[in-house]
Ligand binder design. Structure first.
Ligand SMILES: Cc1cc2nc3c(=O)[nH]c(=O)nc-3n(C[C@H](O)[C@H](O)[C@H](O)COP(=O)(O)OP(=O)(O)OC[C@H]3O[C@@H](n4cnc5c(N)ncnc54)[C@H](O)[C@@H]3O)c2cc1C
Ligand code: SF4
Ligand code: SF4
Ligand code: SF4
Length: 382
């Protein structure tokens, strides 16, 4: 039966998806991170959960070199809502146009982050963009497997640990599957997000219904946070001055497994790995400042799908721009590739204790730089 140290469990949910007896529940800890809990009275000791668990049963590591491109996909309004150069959206579009299903992270109406599926082009927008909190994969791995077994195309996107969990859960290859992960600094506490949203509600008197932490309001180089509280308040804040983003950048509230991530390695097991391109923001390639993604094609499947996408847009190369890129240049400026974020554990504990008793704005003051006044507006006609 599943036995794993707390700091090793990354919350991918592969065990929960794999259990034939449905006797695993994913239970949140104090910080909202999910951990499996087994009903031992029902468990039949079949070992399926262990076989799907990446830390317990690591998959074989790829060693072949990935092909790397600096890219931007500018089509049908997908670039603006993307955190980077909208390559996730381009591949999602490819799969949906084949009658397939795309899985990614999206906020529910009550602002819980979970994985969900999309089968329409319009639904891709909801999956785009960076969310800092950990996404609950729920039973999406089962849904995806059922579709694959029916011969349907599936794109499954997530953190590197979620993708390794998904691949281990599947336990075999499928010709109609594309997996995308990203270079990942770590995921933030769902409870911290709740504290932040509660704080905004108290400050503005309206519930938050939309939160985007990488809004390209002034371009890719200078991300903003955009918040919409229903029905009338809109807030824009420079991301580097936003208190929730600052806590993340300083490393507060990460899942324990992210402090020594086993998936921060040169060769990801996904077909495609996407990442930021901070090393290229001043290249002529990035002149319009509307978004960039570095793409690593890790597998034959990744290569093949990429080439087909290039063929599709061959008549209009303006839609998908791509040039070969030296990944070492990005690694030199992007810590997500190379190192785990660490913080002093006692200070982090003190922060969470403060959050229990004080309003968010006051509780975080001692841990970040004073946020500059955000600008916000209330819509007329309330
Ligand atoms: C928590 C987090 C940490 C990251 N850290 C780094 C880093 O250190 N260095 C770096 O280069 N890049 C990092 N990235 C990746 C990067 O910022 C962007 O994902 C990428 O540049 C955007 O490319 P895009 O425009 O093609 O995709 P987008 O259109 O922005 O799509 C993003 C994809 O990521 C998925 N996603 C978003 N949030 C989550 C989440 N919380 N859990 C699971 N899946 C999610 C979405 O479903 C979608 O598939 C991180 C992303 C996340 C979510
Ligand atoms: S051993 Fe089998 S039945 Fe028991 S929890 Fe794991 S998957 Fe479920
Ligand atoms: S499969 Fe994922 S969620 Fe389950 S124990 Fe392993 S790491 Fe944790
Ligand atoms: S840092 Fe590692 S363990 Fe944490 S979410 Fe990312 S891939 Fe998973």
């Amino acid at each position: 039966m599943l036995e794993l140290a707390r700091e090793e469990c990354n919350g991918c949910g592969a065990c929960y998806n794999a259990c034939p007896m449905n006797c695993i529940t994913m239970v949140p800890d104090e910080r909202g991170f999910l951990y499996p809990n087994i009903d031992t009275a029902v468990c039949i000791s079949c070992g399926a959960c262990e076989a799907a668990c990446p830390p317990l049963t690591p998959l074989m590591t790829l060693t072949s070199e990935s092909t790397v491109y600096l890219t931007c996909y500018d089509h049908e309004g997908f670039l603006e809502p993307a955190a980077g150069g909208a390559i996730f959206a381009m591949l999602a579009r490819y799969v949906i146009e084949k009658g397939g299903t795309v899985f990614g992270a999206s906020f529910s109406p009550d602002m819980e982050l979970r994985h969900r599926s999309a089968t329409e082009l319009n639904d891709i927008f909801k999956l785009q963009g960076v969310k800092l909190s950990q996404s609950d994969t729920k039973h999406t791995m089962r849904e995806a497997r059922d579709l694959l077994n029916d011969g349907k195309w599936v794109l499954y996107a997530g953190t590197p640990c979620q993708i390794e969990g998904f691949l281990a859960f599947l336990g075999r290859e499928y010709e109609t599957l594309i997996t995308i992960d990203f270079v990942c600094s770590g995921v933030s506490s769902p409870r911290l997000l709740e504290y932040y949203l509660e704080g905004l509600y108290k400050d503005y008197g309206e519930p938050v219904v939309s939160l985007r932490v990488r809004e390209k309001y002034k371009g890719y180089k200078e991300p903003y946070v955009k918040i919409f509280c229903k029905p009338s308040v809109k807030i824009f804040e420079l991301a580097q001055r936003n208190s929730y983003v600052q806590l993340y950048e300083k490393g507060y509230g990460y899942r324990p497994s992210c402090r020594s991530c086993q998936f921060r390695k040169p060769h990801h097991l996904s077909d495609v790995t996407i990442s930021d391109a901070w090393s290229a923001v001043d290249d002529s390639f990035a002149a319009d400042n509307r978004g960039l993604t570095i793409v690593q094609l890790n597998t034959e499947q990744g290569d093949a799908v990429w080439k087909t996408c290039l063929d599709i847009v061959e008549d209009n190369r303006r839609l998908l721009r791509a040039v070969p890129y030296d990944l070492e240049k990005e690694k030199a400026v992007n810590a997500g590739f190379t190192s785990d974020k660490q913080v002093d554990e006692d200070t982090e504990e003190a922060l969470f204790n403060d959050l229990k008793t004080k309003r968010f704005r006051k509780a975080v003051k001692a841990y970040i730089e004073e946020p500059k006044k955000s600008f916000w507006s209330r819509l007329l006609g309330r």
